[in-house]
Design a protein around this ligand. Structure first.
Ligand SMILES: Cc1cc2nc3c(=O)[nH]c(=O)nc-3n(C[C@H](O)[C@H](O)[C@H](O)COP(=O)(O)OP(=O)(O)OC[C@H]3O[C@@H](n4cnc5c(N)ncnc54)[C@H](O)[C@@H]3O)c2cc1C
Length: 517
């Protein structure tokens, strides 16, 4: 689609907001921060009047963050304000020691630190941030809300998006009796997204195999349950810590979809059946259900309406990837939508959001389907599970699975021959001790010129969205120059004398020179 649509129609007053975001979850808030960083005016409409919920707090609100999310937080100077991860233990890393330490899992099958060959990961450096850590939804949302508001984002809570209409000039958004105007609307309103439904987006995928339960309860006889993750003839249960039980009941998702309340009696019946014990539940404090339904919007854009996060894709939380996927969407979309609004987007920039993010979403959906396939309580699944268990104990297996689970292997197909093109930029450390991530706080693109290639700098100086960084880093990984997009993705890289033509093509694919402003 062409991005040169006239944004302000001559006969209409200018729209008051550049972008309305539906949903103040982590994805909507991260996107709001990105847009505001690029000086766009943003209104976030959030259905819930109160930002606090027990389901967002520990332990229910625990979310595993993977490398691309952790990098994004560093690149936008958000990481330092997160505290809770320092005292959170990853439930998958609390057994074993040293090289034998479990550092992640696939369908509950652990992989161990000592089996992972990190030397194969070409974009990692000693100065790279963690590959994974635990976080809390509540803390993340609070931090992002504060950052967004400090950049003049307006957040209206208790204002659900109920409908909208779009025209060639903008979008009129309805929240009950309230009407808001914007140039663009982004649905970040979660798995039941009103924007997705009202926008006519097709949501294609597969139906669930199970209902998952996350519960806080009291048991008369907790010793009857096994420790850790237990695959049984009927499903799976896990006592993550005393009083906190997760269950997978392979009922085809029937209970979750029925909308019935989760009573103590029901939960006891499910837990007894799955655990094959006569364990007794004496109190049920809180419980929520979920499924492995896996669906993805077939397109992420319809005119002036876009989708990101769970609004664009849903899948089971196995392996904890949904939040990471959504933050990746927001990091990818933010600078592209901002450039489109500011009239400095090359042809096709906004549509590259769909081209790049849709395949990544599809991969995550398949990753969760693959896990469900080997957790099913049937002999074929058990047989596959045993084979996978052997593979994860090998060096190749552990390295592959860790790279997938931690998002190390996530990349876009940007053409070119350099192996780093399309990957997240290594966090180079410079002589003064600063790192690349610290140079990216302002959300601009970066030319890294490690060998004084003046022709590159001359060309790049015509692009006001770029910062040039010269000088040699402590470790260059053999690179002589690289072009890095605002989202931290390498658009061009070379180990040799730069090919000016190739560099110019990369520049014009992502940025617009000053002469066209
Ligand atoms: C049990 C469980 C464990 C998980 N663990 C992990 C994990 O370890 N790692 C990971 O990466 N992911 C995990 N996830 C997934 C992750 O929580 C979601 O992918 C993530 O919250 C999606 O963020 P979002 O902002 O897109 O949507 P949400 O967090 O759902 O936020 C959407 C927001 O939109 C609001 N809203 C809804 N409708 C409207 C409307 N009509 N108008 C305005 N606002 C509206 C909602 O109130 C909400 O605030 C887990 C999920 C579950 C259920």
């Amino acid at each position: 689609m062409n991005e040169t649509v006239e944004i302000n129609h001559p006969n209409r007053p200018p729209s008051p907001y550049d972008v309305i975001i539906s949903g103040a979850g982590p994805v909507g808030l991260f996107l709001a921060c990105e847009l505001a960083l690029a000086k766009c005016s943003v209104l976030v409409l959030e259905k819930a009047p109160n930002p606090h919920s027990p389901l967002k707090q520990l332990p229910f609100g625990i979310r595993g963050l993977s490398a691309p999310t952790i990098e994004a937080l560093h690149r936008r100077d958000l990481f330092g304000d997160l505290e809770i991860h320092k005292r959170l233990k990853n439930p998958h890393t609390n057994t074993g020691q040293g090289a034998n330490r479990q550092v992640g899992h696939f369908a509950g099958i652990p992989f161990r630190e000592g089996d992972i060959d990190t030397s194969r990961w070409h974009n990692r450096l000693p100065s790279s941030p963690e590959t994974s850590l635990m976080s809390e939804m509540q803390e993340m949302e609070t931090l992002l809300s504060h950052r967004a508001e400090s950049r003049d984002v307006e957040i209206k809570r208790g204002f659900p998006v109920t409908s909208f209409e779009q025209s060639a000039e903008g979008v009129t958004v309805q929240s009950g009796d309230h009407t808001f105007q914007s140039k663009w609307l982004v649905g970040c309103d979660g798995s039941r997204s009103v924007v997705r439904k009202a926008g006519g987006f097709e949501f294609a995928g597969t139906e669930p195999d199970f209902t998952g339960y996350t519960t806080r309860l009291e048991l008369a006889d907790p010793e009857k349950l096994g420790s850790g993750r237990n695959l049984t003839a009927h499903g799976m249960y896990l006592q993550s810590q005393p009083g906190y039980v997760i269950i997978q009941d392979f009922d085809g998702g029937a209970f979750h979809d029925s909308g019935q309340p989760i009573t103590l009696e029901h939960l006891q019946e499910v837990l007894r059946r799955i655990s094959e014990t006569d364990v007794t539940v004496t109190a049920l404090h809180i419980a929520t259900t979920w499924t492995d339904r896996a669906r993805q919007a077939t397109t992420y854009r319809n005119g002036r309406v876009l989708l990101a996060g769970d609004a664009a894709h849903i899948h089971s939380p196995l392996g904890g990837q949904g939040l990471n996927l959504g933050i990746g969407d927001a990091m990818n979309l933010g600078w592209k939508l901002a450039a489109t609004i500011k009239g400095i987007a090359p042809e096709g920039l906004l549509d590259s959001y769909q081209t790049e993010r849709h395949p990544i979403g599809a991969q995550v959906l398949d990753w969760s389907r693959a896990q469900v396939a080997i957790m099913k309580p049937d002999p074929a699944a058990r047989a596959l599970n045993a084979i996978l268990r052997d593979i994860l104990e090998t060096r190749d297996g552990a390295t592959y699975f860790a790279a997938r689970v931690w998002g190390i292997s996530t990349h876009y197909n940007l053409g070119g021959t350099h192996p780093l093109r399309g990957h997240s930029a290594p966090n180079f450390e410079f002589e003064d001790g600063t790192t690349l991530a610290e140079k990216m706080h302002d959300g601009r693109g970066i030319l890294l010129d490690f060998e004084g290639a003046s022709a590159l700098k001359t060309l790049a100086s015509q692009y006001p969205q770029l910062t040039c960084i010269s000088g040699t880093p402590k470790q260059s990984l053999g690179l002589s120059a690289a072009l890095i997009r605002p989202d931290g993705i390498i658009a061009y890289a070379t180990d040799n004398s730069p090919d000016i033509q190739e560099f110019h093509e990369a520049l014009t694919q992502w940025f617009v020179p000053v002469t066209r402003h």
